[in-house]
Structure formats: C-alpha cells, structure tokens
Design a protein around this ligand. Structure first.
Ligand code: ACO
Length: 409
C-alpha cells in the first residue's frame, strides 16, 4: 500500500469482514529446511493455543506467517507478510504473539542473519544430548536417539526451539516445565550425515517415582513409572514407520533400565494408540510369547501377571494386547478357544471397567450396551491387527528369544 493511501478502518472492514479475516491454521506456514538447502512446507494441525479458539486472525489482508526451522540446529526464523492492515491499535499482532512462544534466538525477517546464525552453529555442531542405545540403520539411512541434557545451554535451547510443535501438532498439548528435573526429552535424528544430522522427531516423558515399600526405599532401589507425554514425528517423516522405531527404541532402552517398572502414555490420540498397539503386539510376539500358545487358562494364571510386569506394560494396555492376540488366533485358526469364549472374556473386562454405570441399568439394556461396546472394540481390534503377521514371526524367533526371556508357562 502506498504512503498516500488512507489506511482502512474497522468500520470499512465491517462491510467485508471475510477479506480481513484469515484462518490462523492456513496463514501459518511451517518450513523445515532439508539437508540439501531446500525447504519442506506444511501447515499446523492446531493454532488455538496461540491465536484463540476460533483459530482466526482479524485485521489483515492476504496474511502469511512464515515459521521456518533449520533441519539440524532447528534455528527458528519468523516473518509475517500481508497486503494491508486495518488501522486499529487493538489488533492482534501475529508477530508478537508467535515470538512469545518462541525462544529469544528467533530471527525476525532478516533471512541473511538467520542463514549466518545457522552456519555459525553448524561450524562445530554436536548433538546436545547423550546417545541412548546404538545408532541403527533403516534402508539406506542411519538413525540415533539422544536424550537432551537440559542443564546444558544448547540442550535447553534445542528444547525451546522444538516445543512450539507440541502446540501446533498435539491437541491440548502444552509446554512442559523444563526446570522440573523429572522430565526427559528424547530427540530422534537421522545421522547418515554425521556432521549435520537431521531432526526426525521428539518425545517427552515424565518420571513418576513410585514408593516400592520400606525395604526397597532403604536399600536405595528406585522405582519409576515412565509416562510418555508428548510424541511427535515431523510431518515430512510421518508414515515411514520412523515413529514406530522411535517408540520401540525408547521401550528397549527402558526395558534395560531396572529402575523403570512400567511405561504408560498420557492421553494418547488415535494415531499414537495405533502405533503403540501395533508396536507392543509385534514386540511381544516377536520376542516373548508364541501366539498359538496363549489360551484363556494361561491368561487367567500367574503367567499373565508376571509377563505384564516383565514387559513393563500397564494393566489396561496388557489386557488389550492379550484380547487382540485371542482375536488374532481366531482369525488365523490358531486356537481351540471358541469365538463365544473370547467374546465373554472381553465382555467380562468391559463389565468390570464400567460396573458402576452398568449395574444401574435393567438387564436387557445392560446386555445391549455391553454387546454394542464389544462389537465396536472387536472392529477396532481387527483394524489394528490388519496387516500384522504375528504368528509367522513368532514361530521364527520363539526359540532364539526364549533364551532371553525365560517364562514359567
Ligand atoms: C502421547 C502423545 O503425544 S499423543 C500425540 C501423538 N502425536 C501427534 O499426533 C502429533 C502428530 N503426529 C505424529 O507426530 C505422527 O503421525 C505419530 C507420532 C502419531 C506417528 O508417527 P509416524 O512416524 O507417522 O508413524 P509410523 O509411520 O511409525 O507408523 C505408521 C504405521 O505403522 C505402524 N507401525 C510403525 N512401526 C511399527 C512397527 N515397528 N511394527 C508394527 N507396526 C508399526 C503404525 O501403527 C502405523 O500404522 P498405519 O500404517 O496403519 O498408519
């Protein structure tokens, strides 16, 4: 707009409010540079934690907000462009709003300065964390998972650069208190190019200390329940099984840590639930149990309790996995257990879980509610199981793995 053009006012805009209103989800464009210098672009899933419940920004025409990150250092850059702005001091300033959620290092507008800052950080770049487990290969690339050291300035800075993604990609996500030492942050990198690795995603987990009894307390034996709180794979790497590998590697790491007694997940969404169910099932059936040998008597015995504790799985998740294994057996004719027995077994858990509500209903309604819940769960289990091959793998590996995990079957 030229200097001589009068700035439009709110009253002028009220005639055509749609011209001056942008969806904040559409206006915000996130770019992540690639190792070859190009940038991949996507939109956020949510912006309401930043721009309010309506996810709209009023007062600008043709608004575009560029939020860019470097693939390796995750150095942030922000720019805000629009063709016109209403003359109103009370308008929300998207630049200020976003900067309040970004680290102080964020470069505004000055692209050359951003490029210089990245080059400087890359001169002697070192991932600001400790490698957990080994570097592993998938296809032609190598990956590693690093636990950030938040006491180290670079570790803390990386956390501050990454955390806005929690607001933008996880529903009801919020910032963690990084000063609380009970938080762990794990970052997955593609490390094929060791000098400039690329961030794939990250996960936060909280350590809940559990009082394990007087004896354990006295002998300084710590017991921790790990709660996965936030788990993100960057959009351009989603759907490539990288999230699954990230989760499996974390689980492997926690399996080896005797202080971790259980791994739980805080408010998983459907896609994370799917990933978790499929990974847990595959891990369990590859390493520990032979699918065809699971039956109702075994599930109701001490074996199940012991296996659950050994596998550090929470009760509900473990029950779901066993139920899915029973259904898998039925689908692949691997069992003498009948469909009716499996149905009654699953309904028993559903009844116990919802006893209070169900006991308040008359019998026909109660039976109907249970049947509806069962039918929908069965359908969901079948969806999760589709494409999984649990018994072939387990038959191949049972002998080798049974040496590692000796069970009292
Ligand atoms: C606790 C929380 O934080 S809940 C919030 C979770 N995070 C989000 O929603 C943020 C946005 N989304 C994301 O970041 C990602 O999409 C995630 C984390 C949900 C999933 O990560 P991705 O890398 O895309 O998943 P991945 O490609 O590994 O899994 C894809 C599929 O393979 C399955 N899978 C992955 N690894 C394995 C494995 N090792 N064995 C068996 N199945 C596997 C998954 O269940 C999934 O099934 P599908 O093909 O039917 O979709």
């Amino acid at each position: 707009m030229s200097d001589n053009t009068p700035t439009p006012s709110i009253t002028a805009a009220s005639l055509q409010p749609e011209l001056w209103t942008s969806s904040s989800n559409d206006a915000l464009q996130i770019y992540i540079t690639d190792s070859d210098g190009t940038a991949l672009n996507f939109h956020p899933n949510f912006t309401y934690p930043i721009f309010g419940d309506s996810e709209q920004i009023f007062g600008y025409r043709d608004l575009v907000i560029f939020l860019c990150f470097d693939h390796c250092t995750f150095y942030p850059f922000l720019n805000v462009k629009y063709s016109d702005r209403l003359n109103d001091d009370t308008l929300e300033d998207p630049r200020a709003k976003l900067l309040s959620y970004l680290p102080e290092s964020t470069v505004f507008k000055d692209e050359a300065k951003w490029a210089d800052s990245i080059s400087k950080e890359k001169e002697d770049f070192k991932i600001p964390g400790e490698l957990i487990g080994d570097v592993f290969t998938l296809g032609e690339d190598k990956y590693g998972i690093y636990k950030l050291d938040l006491k180290n300035a670079q570790g803390l800075e990386l956390h501050k650069r990454l955390q806005i993604l929690v607001l933008l990609f996880i529903e009801a996500g919020s910032y963690i208190d990084h000063q609380d030492e009970l938080w762990d942050i794990y970052v997955m990198y593609k490390v094929t190019d060791e000098k400039t690795p690329s961030i794939i995603g990250f996960c936060t987990a909280y350590n809940y200390w559990k009082y394990g009894g007087f004896d354990k307390f006295d002998s300084n034996q710590q017991e921790v329940r790990k709660k996965i709180s936030q788990f993100i794979v960057l959009p351009m790497f989603q759907g490539l099984k990288l999230g699954g590998h990230f989760y499996n590697k974390l689980f492997e790491y926690w399996m080896q840590d005797p202080s971790v007694i259980e791994v739980v997940v805080e408010d998983p969404n459907e896609s994370f639930d799917d990933l978790r169910d499929r990974c847990d099932l595959t891990r369990l059936c590859q390493n520990t149990i032979k699918v065809a040998s699971v039956d109702l008597a075994l599930i109701n015995s001490e074996w199940a309790t012991k296996l659950r504790q050994e596998q550090k799985l929470e009760k509900r998740q473990f029950s779901r996995l066993l139920e899915m294994i029973l259904l898998y057996q039925l689908e692949h004719s691997l069992t003498n257990v009948t469909r009716k027995q499996v149905r009654l077994f699953i309904k028993k858990r559903l009844y116990e879980k919802n006893k209070e509500i169900l006991d308040g209903l008359d019998e026909p309604t109660r039976l109907d509610k249970l049947q509806t819940a069962y039918a929908s769960l069965e359908q969901d289990y079948k969806r999760i199981l589709s494409g999984l091959s649990l018994h072939k793998r387990s038959l191949d590996t049972t002998e080798a793995s049974s040496k590692k995990f000796k069970l009292n079957v």
